[in-house]
Design a protein around this ligand. Structure first.
Ligand SMILES: [Zn+2]
Length: 253
């Protein structure tokens, strides 16, 4: 279930899931937490139930991720409308039920925030003292659009001061070959993303880019990563295409 976890403060849990020990059948086997309409929604729901129990929370809030820099503020009013099983609402009844955003921020308790990934960078953030937590989906587009900057700004609006960040498994630059023009655009905006693929072609280092942005915002950064494409126990879109599942980066308090 978990690829990596951390407990930065009592009651505060940081976790990145893998694909092991779940209910989904191949090719989504087996701990798929994706919004896919290809997998059986009952299996995805069962996987979310397992995760909710493991975290000991009432709610796991997810969003309809669209590679934006939009952040959902999860407040009490929002949670009152969020039922058990709502996290897979898109899998069952269409994506419209989930708010469109690529990051979530809250200072509420007994709730988990989750972002789905299969190669993109999951980033979890917390100010343990002031109990403000966040989860962000930082793929190439979102990272360049400033999703991490907006997330940190929203955390500070809710009272966060000293922010720690955890970067989870994502595709490594050796595996992330992209067209030269695309690479150069990323390198221009965030120089730390400059990389060469295993083939010697232009590549983007998403993890180094996320780390650089977070550090520039004053966050302490811990890398809990591995390459999704090279690790069989993790989902990878680059490796498996559409017929794969999604892991989550999830943070709860
Ligand atoms: Zn790799």
């Amino acid at each position: 279930m978990f690829f990596a976890t951390a407990t930065p403060a009592p009651g505060l849990k940081v976790a990145f899931t893998d694909r092991l020990d779940g209910s989904s059948n191949p090719p989504f086997d087996s701990f798929n937490l994706g919004k896919t309409d290809l997998d059986d929604p009952d299996d995805v729901l069962a996987n979310f139930d397992e995760l909710r129990q493991a975290l000991g929370v009432r709610h796991i809030v997810t969003v309809n991720q669209q590679h934006t820099a939009d952040v959902l503020i999860v407040n009490r009013r929002f949670l009152n409308s969020w039922g058990i099983g709502a996290e897979v609402g898109d899998a069952i009844e269409g994506q419209s039920r989930l708010p469109i955003a690529d990051a979530l921020v809250t200072n509420e308790r007994n709730v988990a925030l989750a972002v789905r990934v299969a190669d993109c960078v999951p980033v979890l953030l917390a100010d343990p003292e002031h109990r403000v937590i966040a989860a962000a989906h930082a793929g190439r587009v979102g990272l360049l659009a400033g999703v991490l900057e907006v997330t940190v700004a929203q955390m500070r609006n809710l009272g966060a001061r000293e922010i720690s960040a955890w970067v989870g498994p994502h595709i490594c630059p050796a595996c992330y070959e992209v067209p030269e023009q695309m690479a150069r655009k990323a390198w221009e905006l965030i120089p730390e993303t400059e990389a060469t693929s295993a083939k010697g072609t232009t590549a983007i280092d998403l993890g180094a880019g996320a780390q650089a942005v977070l550090e520039s915002l004053g966050c302490g950064v811990e890398m809990l990563d591995a390459c999704t494409c090279e690790t069989p126990s993790l989902y990878s879109y680059r490796r498996d295409g559409d017929l794969t599942g999604r892991s989550v980066g999830v943070i709860s308090q």
